[in-house]
Ligand binder design. Structure first.
Ligand code: NAD
Length: 522
């Protein structure tokens, strides 16, 4: 079997005759091709039972309040800090990432726990609202944010913890129970953390995971009360269609085709270094990777020279326990095939690879860091999500043309603009996407204070900031009577005098001119 691939089989898995044995997943290390472990796929029945079990514990979890939940999430933070190397090992093994990329997940997640721990009261604490009308002056209005009982999270393989626990943390802080279906390519690291939550931390039984492929994800959609999905737009559509059957709300974080605009007054060293990092980090397997670059004519030649030099100097290969390489493996062989197809399509249509351009021979699954020029928007590499270590660079006349190209896409996740500060920010405001970095790349993901999510076919809903926790809650409006007699004037019995009074008072408050306030016609 190819390295990194997932094989679903009906191996005996401990059952003597194999008959009726569960299907299993073989999980490989994509950096070496070695088999790490074979695990059982959970049946739809197990998924439903898992959801039912955590659902039964959710009321108590909600009842311990924000502070109680912050306590347990704080224990998870401490466990992650104490076990950062162990988590890094697990991430490195199942993704084939280099050490530096494998260890970023703990840094992000521990920050996120602290962020929502500190901000939850502000974001989802009770809100007092002043009634808009004097007619409601006797009412005390409060909005209480109640969690969906069980949030189901379906996650991809490129950041197996960040894109699973990163969405679970605000849901748990909000008071929901959570069941995660990780990618079939990277199920092990998450399972280890979930096991630690239960067995090492001893936290309440409100977080679990189920293992499997698309069918398992579908079963989770059927059973959960809210679905947070991160993955391709192709699967996102299926998830949304399935959720429609049970009217289950969804939040979808989907693919991207992020543009970078380089203006002629940019610091070209910084822009080239940023394009290299933004396009190649994690082997370009980031939804917000720089995939397309538009450079104003006067800066084009110098930028391309600097970019090519940087990219061709990257060190690729299987990394050790200390960071020695820059670029790791492709985690999913399906994705390598897509990357290869995009590059071959571009080269066949007249594009040129200034560096890279093909798969790497040998053990493990690698694609060379690649810079393509002479590309245009008829090519897949400039139109569809490549999700690999490849950037296409185009020369443009001016910023208007750059914006036209940048916005010529069905995606709208994020983007970046490099140039003189004020000019770059003006251009950034016109890029059609959920977030734009000015003179930086990818960093908006760490700015969890502000929303992160996709426009157009890059998604529905947002993570981070207030949205990132409020979406897991349903507002419950409490309208409480502060004072009032035995009955309100608007209640039964309807009599001419009581209805007349109600009408006159309403007219006096609703009219916006003096005559009507006095009950006259305007
Ligand atoms: P994918 O869509 O193939 O799979 C994602 C998850 O969905 C996996 O767990 C998979 O098992 C599950 N799944 C598959 N079919 C399903 C079905 N019918 N019902 C329910 N679940 C199903 O995506 P992938 O290849 O794992 O990840 C790469 C994609 O994820 C890229 O498009 C990338 O841009 C996107 N992504 C987006 C973000 C974001 O925040 N917007 C972040 C990371 C990755």
């Amino acid at each position: 079997m190819e390295s990194g691939t997932v094989e679903t089989s009906t191996q005996a898995n401990g059952v003597a005759n194999g008959a009726g044995a569960p299907a299993t997943l073989d999980v490989h290390n994509p950096a070496t091709g070695a088999l790490i472990e074979t695990i059982a796929i959970d049946s739809p029945t197990v998924v439903a039972e898992t959801v039912a079990r955590v659902r039964a514990n959710q009321a108590e979890w909600e009842a311990i309040g924000l502070e109680g939940r912050r306590h347990w999430l704080g224990k998870l933070r401490d466990w992650m800090l104490d076990n950062a190397a162990r988590i890094g090992d697990a991430m490195q093994a199942e993704t084939g990432k280099v050490r530096a990329d494998a260890t970023t997940e703990t840094i992000y997640l521990t920050d996120l726990i602290n962020f929502y721990g500190a901000k939850a009261e502000k974001f989802i604490g009770d809100e007092s609202v002043r009634p808009h009308s004097p007619l409601l002056a006797a009412k005390k209005l409060t909005i209480q944010y109640r969690p969906y009982p069980v949030v189901g999270i379906i996650s991809p393989w490129n950041f197996p913890l960040t894109l699973a626990l990163g969405d679970a943390i605000p849901a748990l802080q909000a008071g929901a129970a959570v069941v995660i279906k990780p990618s079939e390519f990277t199920p092990l690291g998450l399972a280890e953390v979930v096991k630690a939550w239960k067995e090492e931390i001893g936290a309440p039984d409100v977080l679990d995971c189920v293992q499997g492929v698309g069918e398992t994800g579908g079963a989770l959609v059927d059973a959960a009360d809210f679905i947070q999905f991160t993955g391709s737009d192709r699967t996102g559509r299926k998830v949304m269609a399935r959720a429609a059957e049970t009217l289950t709300p969804v939040s979808l974080e989907l693919g991207g085709k992020d543009p970078m605009i380089v203006l002629s007054d940019a610091d070209l060293d910084r822009a080239a270094n940023a394009a290299t990092y933004g396009g190649m980090m994690n082997s370009g397997q980031i939804c917000m990777s720089v995939e397309r670059i538009y450079v104003e004519e006067p800066a084009y030649d110098e930028f391309v020279r600097k970019l090519t030099k940087e990219v061709s100097g990257l060190r690729q290969g299987a990394d050790g326990k200390t960071p020695e390489k820059d670029i790791g493996a492709m985690t999913s062989p399906n994705q390598t095939a897509i990357v290869e197809d995009h590059v071959e399509d571009a080269l066949a249509s007249g594009a040129k690879a200034l560096t890279g351009g093909k798969r790497v021979e040998g053990p493990g699954d690698y694609f060379e860091p690649t810079v393509l020029v002479d590309v245009d928007h008829s090519m897949k590499v400039m139109r569809d999500e490549t999700f690999g270590p490849v950037v296409g660079v185009m020369k443009v006349r001016d910023s208007e043309e750059a914006l036209r190209f940048a916005n010529d896409t069905r995606y709208g996740l994020s983007g970046s603009v490099f140039g003189e500060k004020e000019r770059a920010e003006k251009v950034a405001r016109r890029v059609e996407c959920g977030a734009v970095n000015v003179n930086d790349v990818l960093v908006n993901y760490l700015a969890m204070d502000v929303p992160m999510g996709g426009w157009k076919e890059s998604g529905i809903g947002f993570r981070h900031g207030e949205y990132g926790i409020k979406k897991y809650c349903r507002p419950e409006s409490i309208v409480a009577t502060r004072f009032g007699g035995k009955r309100e004037p608007s209640w039964f019995p309807y009599t001419r005098s009581r209805r007349g009074l109600v009408g006159r008072v309403a007219q006096a408050f609703n009219a916006r001119d003096f005559k009507r306030r006095l009950g006259m016609r305007g």
